[in-house]
Design a protein around this ligand. Structure first.
Ligand SMILES: *Cc1c(COP(=O)(O)O)cnc(C)c1O
Length: 460
């Protein structure tokens, strides 16, 4: 039954408001505005309960890489649920989908990865990483190597450990985080810096803040460094080319494990299978989630390199860690079908050679708009910065809420982009057509014009 036949929009919204606590939401503010009820989706379009179609240029939450409405994925889930809806991978058991997916993932990853640990989400994957990193150094006879270094404005999830790894102050302040043994260093966000250095010089400085922290803590106390190849939730922060090679050098020099959080960058987003491939790093762990199933079912996990896995296996005995839904059979079957589609339709190559370069060129044309101070995009992951003054790249006063004004105008015009402050971000499904890419950019331009009119001449 269609959602609208079951209840009116008003009734859905009232019920939602009464009973449903949403993630990352100010409920008092939501009660006056009401939720947008999304009822269905197909291709790159979502449709609300009134039947309004909106181009989803954020792939849900960066996850619907293969696009909506994929019968093949639906069929894989249904078939698996019929055959074996649930069994665990504890106590010397396994099932075909978890085995097959583990082997498939290691084929796609760099050669040091031959093993996978499954979880239910990206947050859980990062909790697993924290446990494995510390276990590894214990087994190596260096239990003092305990601290994991991350970056300010990083996002690694929302469980206690993952939010601690993240570098978002408001999240830490609300919950007494971070937990002990986690430190944060500078992020490679040139636009957000004082811009006194050119981007490449700035990239080296940001990387060397890791080295400074290692020296400050003592190299024998540092276990690992974690970073998103490109920070997603932080505002699609594309690091200068100088950044990752210097981080890799530092990790190598001090023997520190490198964790590449591939939850967004993995599975084709950057035109490679993993973000580590794009930036030529050689990580020891790759937590993943989101695009692995295109979001059709929840699944996360960690690719574990031989350096770590061999020690855990040879010396570790039982690792007291796992989730009821580690390698859920239906989620694994969905992932297998999804990866099959990405491969068969060459969607990763398409992002590298075809639709990626096309959307990038169109996206960069937004830099000509008076409200845009910078555009950036790698593969199908991009951002632009809204500015009050284009010459000095000065941002708007916060009270204008320029990003939010833009975002709402954009959705009214039929395209979902997301606002991180006044940074507007974009990450459409990898199936995006050129005509759909044009719609995103043309709509963004009109919504920028409208925002310009709305804001200019008004006090903050
Ligand atoms: C979304 C995200 C996570 C957390 O994943 P969940 O499935 O929401 O727990 C972790 N790392 C990065 C880089 C993410 O973008």
């Amino acid at each position: 039954m269609a959602a609208i036949e079951k209840r009116s929009r008003d009734a859905w919204q009232a019920l939602d408001s009464e009973h449903h606590l949403h993630p990352f939401t100010d409920h008092k503010a939501l009660a006056s505005k009401r939720s947008r009820i999304i009822a269905r989706a197909d291709g790159v379009y979502i449709e609300d309960v009134d039947g309004k179609r909106i181009l989803d240029a954020m792939s849900g939450l960066w996850c619907v890489n293969a696009g909506y409405g994929r019968e093949e994925i639906v069929e894989a889930a249904a078939a698996q649920l019929r055959e074996l809806p649930y069994y665990n991978n504890f106590f010397q058991c396994a099932h075909p989908p978890s085995i097959e997916l583990a082997s498939m993932l290691t084929e796609l990853a760099q050669p040091q990865f031959k093993r996978v640990f499954f979880a239910g989400s990206g947050s859980e994957a990062n909790d697993t990483v924290v446990r494995m990193v510390r276990r590894y150094w214990d087994l190596m006879g260096q239990p003092e190597r305990h601290t994991i270094i991350s970056r300010k404005n990083a996002y690694h999830g929302s469980t206690v450990a993952a939010a601690s790894l993240g570098g978002m102050k408001p999240m830490h302040e609300q919950s007494g985080l971070p937990i002990p043994g986690i430190a944060h260093v500078e992020q490679p966000y040139w636009f957000d810096s004082d811009r006194s250095l050119d981007p490449e010089a700035f990239g080296l400085v940001a990387a060397r803040s890791l080295e400074q922290k290692i020296l400050e803590l003592g190299a024998d106390k540092v276990a690992a460094f974690i970073g998103e190849p490109i920070q997603g939730a932080g505002g699609v922060v594309v690091p200068p080319a100088s950044y990752w090679p210097e981080v890799q050098r530092i990790c190598d020099e001090y023997g520190i494990l490198l964790i590449s959080d591939e939850v967004i960058c993995g599975f084709g987003r950057l035109g490679c299978w993993f973000g580590a491939d794009y930036f030529s790093t050689r990580p020891d762990f790759m937590p993943f989630a989101k695009g692995v199933t295109s979001g059709y079912l929840p699944l996360g996990g960690v690719l574990v390199s031989d350096r770590v896995a061999d020690v855990l296996i040879d010396k570790g005995g039982e690792f007291f860690h796992g989730y009821t839904y580690s390698g859920h059979p239906a989620a694994c079957a969905v992932a297998i079908a999804n990866l099959g589609i990405l491969r068969r339709e060459n969607l990763v190559e398409r992002v590298a050679d075809d639709i990626g370069p096309y959307l990038q060129a169109r996206w960069h044309s937004l830099a000509e708009h008076p409200l845009v101070g910078e555009t950036r995009m790698v593969g199908l992951m991009g951002a632009f910065e809204m500015v009050d003054d284009k010459a000095s790249l000065r941002r708007f006063e916060e009270a204008y809420r320029a990003g939010t004004v833009f975002r709402d105008r954009c959705i009214e015009r039929g395209v979902v982009l997301r606002a991180v402050g006044d940074t507007i971000i974009c990450a459409p499904p990898l199936t995006l057509s050129k005509a759909e890419a044009d719609i995103i950019v043309d709509t963004a331009w009109s919504a920028l014009d409208e925002t310009h009119e709305h804001i200019k001449g008004r006090p903050a």
